[in-house]
Every structure is written in structure tokens, then in C-alpha cells.
Design a protein around this ligand. Structure first.
Ligand code: PLP
Length: 393
């Protein structure tokens, strides 16, 4: 039974996820026994490192199974503050840290606390697909700063400047980027800091969830470290999902100015309460333990990212800005007048290849492919894509 009068205006405005539509179709085809190659993964293909799992099992056995502080396990908050201070070079203490149910809840809580209805949020494209929806849920409006695949999706500072209005409240930054894998340079970040200095009412959210997954020779700069004078306006989102292969654990965090963090804690205490107590002990072990497991995963992503990029560069009808981080590539495809959604549907129907349509990230000329799959799957996927392009053109 369908009855739209049951649904609030807010929920009516929510868009269903395009990625889910494609992956549901891919799953249905696999169940029918079809030969499907999926490059649509949005998560690590590694298992969570054993010592992290052991720490959580120990926590369960030790009785860490009850409600905890809404703001997070104090030891974990302390460890996050220490990491942010020592490794990211941003002086941080426990009052600046909120442990959240994944990076996603950090973003949701932040937007609920700092955005008013009608506020405008500057969002460079391509962007992670949940940002616009979480902005809308706070009653605000995303203002897309359209990126251009021809110039490597460099943020156009002039466009950014001319998009500012009296209503502008926040700028969203995501480096390393999902879906492009682009890592912003120090100079680009410094230019953004100068932009913020010219606009004292604008806050910034820096989503650094892929910080550990970068190519050799790349450096990740935490935005707070390059602009210490702006620290009260910088909100950092991070988490354990990507770097530590802990997507299902749901542990992330928000770092920022204490009044905002206090309100975000209040919001969390009245909605979800604390993040799963024993999962937080696993996250604590991740921060305190050896980083060798992360290095191993990074090495493997780097190899596979290079493999997929090389294959795409050599393919006719494809151009690409070389990804330097995360585990995605975002090639531009010559596909005539076909939309990226139709192209991805065709890919499934004609060559059994699952990819994510670029329009989900605000760029219809591209598709997102993942290198968080085996080497053989990458090689197979590239062959299928080549065949599809020859069919379309
Ligand atoms: N930010 C970006 C750019 C992401 O790609 C994701 C997940 O795909 C998240 C945040 C949310 O991560 P989490 O699983 O910790 O909620």
C-alpha cells in the first residue's frame, strides 16, 4: 500500500541512492546466474586487521557492553585528539572531539548544528553523493561549484568567489576525493584558506576520511594545520572505515570548536546515544597499534590504482585525471548522448559490468570505477569497458 500523505515534506525531498539502484540490479543478475564483473565497490576489499578484532572481542568479554558517554569513550577521544595533534599537526584536546556512528553521522550532526534553513553550502563537484542530501536534511541548499574534467577538476577559485552570497555559511572540502581520487596540493589548500580569510562568516568542513590511502610521493595536509588562524571555523570529519577496513564497525569522528561539539554531543545524546561501546575499543586499538597493516593495504591499493589508471589512459574514448588517493578512478567516457545512468545500465545489460554513474557525484560525463577489487577483476572490467565503448560509438 502506498500513501504519500504519510510522508513528511522533509522525507519526500530525499532522493533514493542511484548507486543502490545499480548494485541491486547487479545483484539480481548475479542471482540469475549471469557473469557479472563489478567495479562498483565503495569499500575496502580487505578484512579488518586481526588485532583490532581481538581488542573488540576482549572488550565484549570484559563487559564493555553497556551505555557509554554520548560523546564517545574518553580513552578513544583522547587518542583521536593525540593523533590529530601529533600526526595531523592540529592542536586538539578531548573537548574538540565527538565519536560518531561513522563519518556520515559526523557530517549529519555538524550540519544540523551549524546550518539554518535557507543557508547556502558551497560544494565543489564531483562530490560524495551524500553531501547534498545531508545539506537538504538541515534545511539548507547546496550550491554546486562545477568542476571540469578537462582541467583535472581543479577547484575554480573565481567561480567559488562569485558563488558567495549573504546566505553562504559553509564550504565542503574532500581530499583525498571520492569519486576522483584527487589529493589537493598545499598551494590549493592555502588558496582556500585565503578565501576563508576574505569571508569571515564562512565555515569549512574538511572530510579527510581517505587521508591514509594516498599514492607514494603524495602528502595529505589536514586543513586545520595549514590555517591555524582559522581553527574555530574548521571542522574535520574522519573515521576508521576506509583506512582500517572497518566500514561495518561504524566508528567515525568530528573535530572542531568546542561549542559546536557540545551541541553535536547533545544532538547525539537525544538521537543515537553512544557509538557501539566495544566497536570503539577496536578503534582505540587501531590508533594505538602498529600501522603495518595499513601500509600493506595502501601498497595494494596503489598497485591496483596504477593498473586501472594505465588501462583507462590507453583506452580509446576515455580520458582521466590520474587519481592519487582513495581507491577510485573517475574517467570521462565518450558515450554520445547517453546519460551516465543509461550508460551504466547498458554496461550491465550488454557486457555484465557494474560501475557507478557519474551523475550521482554531479558529473554526467564520467563513471566511477573502483580498484578495491582483485587484479583479475580490474583486467576483466577494463576489457568489458573497452567492448562497451566500441558498441556505443
Ligand atoms: N566521506 C566520504 C568522502 C565517503 O566516501 C564516505 C563513505 O563512503 C564517508 C564520508 C562516510 O564514511 P563512513 O562509512 O565512516 O560513514
Amino acid at each position: 500500500m502506498q500513501n504519500s500523505s504519510l510522508i513528511s515534506q522533509r522525507a519526500k525531498a530525499l532522493k533514493p541512492s542511484l548507486t543502490l539502484e545499480i548494485s541491486a540490479k547487479a545483484k539480481a543478475l548475479i542471482q540469475e546466474g549471469k557473469d557479472i564483473c563489478s567495479l562498483s565497490a565503495g569499500e575496502p576489499d580487505f578484512n579488518t586487521p586481526g588485532f583490532i578484532i581481538d581488542a573488540s572481542i576482549k572488550a565484549l568479554k570484559d563487559g564493555i557492553t553497556r551505555y557509554g558517554p554520548a560523546a564517545g569513550d574518553p580513552e578513544l577521544r583522547e587518542a583521536i585528539a593525540l593523533k590529530q595533534t601529533q600526526i595531523n599537526q592540529v592542536p586538539t584536546n578531548i573537548d574538540n572531539v565527538l565519536v560518531t556512528n561513522g563519518g556520515k553521522q559526523a557530517i549529519f550532526n555538524l550540519f544540523q548544528v551549524i546550518l539554518n534553513p535557507g543557508d547556502e553550502v558551497l560544494l565543489p563537484s564531483p562530490y560524495w553523493l551524500s553531501y547534498p542530501e545531508i545539506v537538504y536534511l538541515a534545511g539548507a541548499n547546496p550550491i554546486i561549484i562545477k568542476g571540469n574534467p578537462e582541467n583535472g577538476f581543479k577547484l575554480d577559485m573565481k567561480k567559488l568567489e562569485t558563488s558567495v552570497t549573504q546566505k553562504t555559511r559553509l564550504l565542503i572540502l574532500n581530499s583525498p576525493n571520492n569519486p576522483t581520487g584527487i589529493v589537493m596540493s598545499l598551494k590549493e589548500l592555502q588558496d582556500i584558506a585565503d578565501f576563508l580569510r576574505r569571508h569571515p562568516k564562512i565555515l569549512i568542513m574538511s572530510d579527510e576520511i581517505y587521508e591514509l590511502l594516498i599514492a607514494e610521493g603524495q602528502t595529505h595536509y589536514s586543513f586545520g594545520a595549514i590555517a591555524p588562524d582559522l581553527i574555530d571555523r574548521v571542522f574535520t570529519v574522519n573515521g576508521f572505515a576506509k583506512g582500517w577496513a572497518m566500514t561495518g564497525w561504524r566508528v567515525g569522528y568530528l573535530i572542531g570548536q568546542t561549542d559546536v561539539i557540545k551541541k553535536a554531543i547533545a544532538l547525539q545524546s537525544q538521537s543515537t546515544s553512544n557509538v557501539c561501546s566495544f566497536a570503539q575499543r577496536g578503534a582505540l586499538a587501531a590508533l594505538q597499534g602498529s600501522k603495518d597493516c595499513v601500509k600493506k593495504m595502501v601498497k595494494s591499493y596503489n598497485f591496483r590504482r596504477d593498473l586501472i589508471t594505465k588501462g583507462l589512459i590507453e583506452m580509446e574514448g576515455v580520458s582521466i585525471t590520474k587519481p592519487q588517493g582513495a581507491f577510485y578512478a573517475f574517467p570521462k567516457i565518450e558515450k554520445g548522448n547517453t546519460t551516465s545512468v543509461d550508460f551504466c545500465k547498458l554496461a550491465l545489460d550488454k557486457v555484465g559490468l557494474a560501475m557507478v554513474p557519474g551523475i550521482a557525484f554531479g558529473e554526467d560525463n564520467c563513471v566511477r570505477v573502483s580498484c578495491s577489487v582483485s587484479e583479475n577483476t580490474i583486467i576483466d572490467g577494463l576489457q568489458r569497458l573497452k567492448k562497451l565503448i566500441s558498441i556505443v560509438n
